[in-house]
Ligand binder design. Structure first.
Ligand code: SAM
Length: 298
């Protein structure tokens, strides 16, 4: 039979079910595009889940009940399953947070890694969740998203948070590090969190902001957090906008847009289109002293 999916869902030792690549998947490839089985907003009750499940087929209802539940005994079963498997859906770009959460029959099977090889992105136009490869993935590799908890914390803090929320001890590639390698990873993550905060406060010191954005990019790449390239490149673009540095502004917005197309898909890059065409339309253009900043190192 022809199987167009580049993955299979199967048991993964120590993790329940998970998603495995059945062929080589390239950075920027779309792995899965899936509509929600159903959505729920803030008011999560057994009755609201039952109402959402009522019109579904028996097969879909059974699939829902077969999803993992890490909250047994803590919440009623239907709620426990929802909380274990839900993913954000709704506009969540440019600082907006998703207003709704949904269950996906395949998409909810992705396990978590602190160095994910897949990024999940809600696609508002098509009403689906898309899963994009954020680096090259070999056949047989497990496909993992990040549950986005404690990304800028040390391994021990991340493990505590994941244990509390999802009841597992993370053994991903970075959590399994030890000695100097673990110390270096912890330091990079703490520094990335610090830089992210500081970059947001550098609007009146664009040259300093640029240095920090470039340092953050270097650390994100070293740590394998490719999905962060979008935001830090866009930060660098904004510093160029403030200082009217057109030449570098063009390079940075191209980098942000290219990275966004790969990790968030073309829909996720739409927000950069206008600045790609006309960087000077950015609201911060020319707000600061005219200055030539820097482009990317590579
Ligand atoms: C959304 S589900 C993921 C799919 C799930 N493994 C299944 O069997 O359907 C979340 C649950 O998967 C397990 N899980 C996710 N990531 C894991 C990891 N890195 N290591 C061990 N278990 C993990 C945990 O039990 C967690 O509560």
């Amino acid at each position: 039979m022809n199987n167009p999916k580049p993955y299979i869902i199967q048991p993964i030792p120590g993790k329940g079910m998970g998603v495995l690549a059945t062929k080589f998947i390239k950075y920027g490839d779309l792995i899965l595009s899936e509509p929600p089985l159903f959505t729920q907003s803030d008011m999560l009750l057994t009755s609201t889940i039952l109402a959402a499940l009522a019109p579904k087929s028996d097969v879909d209802k059974r699939h829902y009940l077969e999803l993992a539940n890490c909250h047994v005994g803590k919440f009623p079963p239907l709620i426990g399953i929802f909380k274990t498997n839900t993913l954000p859906c709704g506009p969540n770009g440019m600082g907006r947070v998703a207003g709704k959460y949904a269950i996906f029959l395949d998409g909810s099977r992705f396990n978590s890694s602190c160095v994910p090889n897949v990024n999940n992105q809600w696609n508002e136009r098509n009403g689906v969740i898309d899963f994009w490869a954020v680096r090259d993935i070999q056949e047989g590799e497990e496909l993992c998203i990040t549950y986005n908890l404690g990304e800028f914390e040390t391994r021990d803090v991340r493990r505590k948070i994941l244990k509390k929320n999802f009841r597992f001890e993370c053994q991903c590639a970075v959590c399994a590090l030890s000695g100097d390698d673990l110390r270096a990873s912890d330091e990079r993550r703490l520094m990335l969190g610090k830089l992210m905060q500081e970059i947001g406060m550098c609007g009146d010191r664009p040259a300093e902001g640029m240095k920090k954005a470039k340092e953050a990019l270097r650390l994100a790449r070293e740590e394998g957090l490719e999905h962060l390239v979008v935001g830090f490149s866009y930060d660098a673009f904004q510093f160029c906008a403030i200082t009217s540095d057109l030449e570098h502004a063009k390079v940075w917005i191209s980098q942000a847009s290219r990275a966004a197309t790969c990790v968030n898909g073309p829909e996720g890059a739409v927000q950069y289109e206008q600045y790609l065409k006309s960087p000077k339309t950015h609201r911060s253009w020319g707000l600061g002293r005219r200055m030539t900043l820097e482009g990317p190192d590579e």
